[in-house]
Design a protein around this ligand. Sequence first.
Ligand code: ME8
Length: 468
Amino acid sequence: MDKFYITTAIDYINGKPHIGHSLEKVAADVLTRFYANKIGRDNVRFVTGTDEHGAKIAQYAEKENLEPQAFADRNSAYFSFAWDQLNLQYDRFVRTTDADHEQTVKDLVTKMKDNGFLYEGEYEGLYCVGHEAFLTDKDLVDGACPDHQTKPELVKEKNWFLKISAFSDKIKTAIEKDELLVWPESRKNEILSLLDQGFTDIAISRPNVKWGIPLPWDESQTIYVWVDALINYYTAADGFWPASAHVIGKDILKFHAVIWPAMLLAADLPLPKAVITHGYLTVDNKKISKSLGNVIDPNDWVAKYGSDAVRYFLLREVPFSDDGDVSEEKLRSRYEGDLANGLGNLVSRITTLVEKNLDGVFPEGTKGFTAPGDEISPLIEQYKFHEALAMIWQYVAWANKTVDENKLWELAKTDLPKFTEVSKQVIDVVEIIAKSLAPFMPETSQKILAAVTADKIVKAEPLFPRIE
Ligand code: ME8
């Protein structure tokens, strides 16, 4: 592997970012830092951004009496701000209203048409603006979209269609052979069975939507917002195409594992290597929703607990592929337990002991601890972030136990050579912990490394101060 290109979903900007949106952005940042360490930062690209066109955004802008562009400018900035607070090292924040993106979208759909994969047709169906997608009767509950609690609009219109059927077999084979990895396995099976049932062609343009990119050869039509949005990955690739991993939520798998591959094949472009899907987060066991009043702004958590703690919590609390519940109570418990009492206490105790009893310096030739093989990297490469963190915390537990069982504070007085040897082992393990933690908790990792690799070790500042 010489290059690694990671993307996240680009968020709709009808509202502000919430904690659910943050999950995959943090995961993508962890992958970015992990691969940067392996193959060099210049060989890794991380793209995130915002999805700004379409009927849904136009409706929200209108509610606030704003032009869609002004609304988009304001709201898109909420997202880039939140990702900066979470210390995400993205290389590009792509907006679907960016001029280079609009041109790329036009070029790509023109290529699909020139290649003979677009055709004109009539469509009658139920359109859910919340999803920005046509639904079928079986998607509805009592005639309404269960996710948005709205009745879909019955529309009958002329559209341009993409011949997905021309590519179903090819996509299926690529997924079966993991050339296009769909992770985890259960979702791979889900998408294969969807392909088996036969995937109908989709409209790639709509006639009555003003806020969007016009079809180059038929300006009465606007390019379907999902087609527009998916192309962001190609717009922002900057020589890195094909993507190594599209990191997305489970709800939008079909768009990424069927529609996007079909678009790429229709435009003669290579398929991405992997679609990595995470589960859905709930807050206090309820769907995150404005009307339920349980929306958590990631900035609030970051301001109170720090970005590293929030990054840790999101990836430790819930296995990445699964649904799971988060809350401030759970964050606080991880903060106080795993972070302050676990890692923070360890670093503070051992640096204090070494400063006090050895004047911060190990005598030449003190035997240390040899790291076991790298057990963490394979877990990150397999997107098992919570297992990687659990494994790192086994080291934390081992080190804390070693300090306790050897009663290091007493040993310093009764057997200084033994104290020296054991505390050197603990310091070495702390260094291994800090290095493994670097992609997850970059600031903490740096602080720990600075403390334990100093020429003269001094008592470390508290890593996780008490929160009132
Ligand atoms: O779907 N828990 O945008 P979006 C976990 N614009 N993840 C969540 C979540 C939750 N509660 N809520 C949302 C879109 N997400 C399109 C994407 S990509 C070409 C276009 C995740 O704002 C969701 O699964 O509805 C998705 O991956 C991302 O946030 C953006 O969702």
